[in-house]
Design a protein. Structure first.
Length: 576
């Protein structure tokens, strides 16, 4: 039994050190040992263009900007386009008149760097408001200049006609650019020149208090022949992880798609590289998105109309870029006729309850990892506690208390077993000294002592093991909940999503872990005993770079565990 426990302990300790080292590497900007390095940019033109599809209807592989033969060979120069800035109470959006692309989107209610100055918490505590200003900007989600991240839309001709695309220079209509006080919305209208006998008018509607932009595509057939237009919408970005991710564990970054049939599917950039994308090709419902930690962008259309999905690599792009989108084939449009298509573009935070109201399954962009089945109800409970207490920090503490109550008797069984182990510790140690030269007899005598004292050596491990999925589910809730960004708790903790500026919580966490080791029974093997003291110190490294909300969760759990074990030890007469 001792040999097995020693082996398991060494395996756990070794794997912990490996994970700690990998987390430290990622924290310092180095590649992870468990994920491939980012793809290197390729020279322009080195990636082969997508082949033209057979038949009369273009496929997603023939979309503009992806190597198709149906796009104008020479797009207007970007320098000739106009950059239009639209500002609402929650968004600052740059729209390029070259195709009407969304090339930059700032989320005004979220700071790009929520880290506060070292003395900011102290100044706030003593009431000093005239502190030096820190140059912190709103987070930039879409950014064509730095991340090649943009939202695009345009038209395809079902018979290869050259229609207005995102490479078409459009005319911007005059109008208000800022959401004024008392106004509920502001609009931007862009009109393309005639191409292939078709004009495209895009109207973007920005409403107060929402991250959803209404997108109206108005298609006018000014030619002499009927045309069957296709409207495409797509999101394009590079393959690098977005900012603001975890310092230790990587959260998902990349495209995603949803249909009622296949449900939510994340698409890894590496799968696109390999041509191994598993999503529905056609459906009458669904949406596409680009997902990163805390935030997402998505093209939405809740009408029950046919659409085709695609996820592709942008041919010849430098740096490498990936596109995800949908294509809608409209009814034939007679000469002189006009058709209007309505879509929505979401660009904002992963606020689970609000996303669920926008479109079926959109709340699934919030990444809970492999513990989704447990994390979702835990977040619901955490959100209910926050609505009662009004503070996310106190809600975290209350949730841990409720979990400890739910598992009270299971924990009591574990702590009772550990208390008995601690009580018979001196007897076992004396026996080991007496039989140290007779290992076989030592093992037999140890098992006899355990039987007589009714002690189960692994009784303290099984209950804790059964609870781990719940605590890991809560870990992912705290890791992925955007509401934690900028949320204060108490005193010096002014943001639960960043590390403790004074490292007070991590130090308390380390101290509580060491106190737990003192309360637990001392392993009979001296090497195991030393490791039990070393492991909390090794694990404390993670807590110094964890967000304060996560450390608060673990610290609360430790304190409650210590209190319960202390009471059980006293009840059984076990001395510290």
């Amino acid at each position: 039994m001792t040999d097995i426990r020693r082996t398991v302990l060494w395996v756990v300790f070794t794997m912990s050190l490996v994970l700690l080292w990998d987390g430290w590497q990622k924290h310092n900007g180095h590649p992870s040992m468990f994920s491939p390095a980012a793809s290197k940019p390729v020279a322009a033109g080195s990636a082969p263009g997508a082949a033209q599809a057979n038949g009369s209807v273009p496929t997603p592989s023939a979309l503009p900007g992806m190597g198709n033969a149906g796009v104008p060979t020479s797009a207007p120069l970007a320098t000739a386009s106009e950059k239009v800035l639209i500002t609402t109470d929650v968004l600052k959006v740059t729209v390029d008149s070259l195709g009407g692309d969304f090339t930059r989107v700032e989320l005004l209610n979220y700071l790009d760097s929520p880290e506060h100055g070292l003395f900011d918490p102290l100044l706030q505590m003593v009431g000093i408001k005239d502190k030096p200003k820190v140059d912190i900007h709103p987070i930039v989600l879409l950014d064509a200049a730095l991340r090649s991240y943009k939202a695009q839309s345009g038209l395809l001709g079902s018979n290869g006609e050259q229609l207005p695309t995102h490479n078409t220079l459009m005319t911007v209509a005059p109008g208000e650019r800022t959401l004024q006080d008392g106004a509920s919305e502001v609009s931007l209208r862009l009109e393309s020149p005639e191409l292939g006998g078709v004009k495209l008018i895009k109207t973007y509607t920005f409403k107060r208090g929402t991250y959803v932009v209404g997108v109206k595509h108005e298609i006018i057939n000014v030619g002499q022949a009927a045309v069957t237009p296709q409207v495409y919408v797509q999101l394009i970005r590079d393959g690098m992880p977005g900012p603001g991710g975890s310092s230790v564990y990587s959260t998902f970054t990349g495209p995603a798609a949803y249909t009622d049939k296949s449900k939510f599917r994340k698409i890894e950039f590496k799968d696109i590289d390999k041509g191994n994308v598993e999503i529905e090709k056609t459906a009458n419902d669904g949406w596409v998105a680009m997902v990163q930690h805390y935030f997402a962008s998505a093209w939405l259309n809740n009408e029950a109309v046919p659409r085709e999905f695609f996820a592709k690599k942008v041919a010849g792009a430098v740096p490498e870029q990936y596109a995800v989108g949908m294509v809608f084939t409209l009814a034939p449009l007679a000469p002189g006729a006009t058709v209007t298509k309505q879509d929505q573009l979401f660009i904002g935070p992963q606020e689970e309850k609000k996303l669920a109201l926008l479109s079926p399954g959109l709340d699934l962009v919030k990444d809970y990892g492999m513990f989704k089945m447990l994390s979702q109800p835990l977040f619901w409970l955490l959100d209910q506690l926050h609505s009662l207490l009004g503070n996310w920090g106190w809600a975290i503490i209350a949730l841990v208390v409720l979990l400890k109550i739910a598992f009270y008797w299971l924990n009591a069984s574990a702590y009772k077993s550990m208390a008995k182990m601690k009580a018979v510790g001196p007897k076992v140690q004396a026996m080991r000294e007496r039989l140290k030269d007779k290992p076989q007899e030592m093992q037999q005598e140890m098992m006899r002592i355990y039987r007589e004292e009714k002690v189960n050596p692994i009784g303290g491990c099984l209950p804790i093991f059964l609870q781990m999925p719940f605590f890991m589910g809560l870990y992912w809730v705290l890791l992925s909940t955007v509401e934690m960004r900028g949320a204060p708790w108490l005193g010096w903790i002014v943001d639960l999503a960043v590390k403790d500026p004074y490292f007070i919580l991590p130090l308390l966490m380390t101290a509580s872990s060491l106190f737990q080791v003192w309360l637990n029974p001392t392993p009979p093997d001296p090497m195991q005993a030393k490791m039990m003291w070393i492991m909390p110190l090794a694990f404390s490294f993670m807590f110094f770079i964890f967000p304060a909300g996560l450390v608060l969760y673990w610290l609360t759990n430790n304190i409650l565990s210590i209190a319960q074990q202390w009471m059980i030890n006293k009840r059984l007469g076990v001395q510290g």
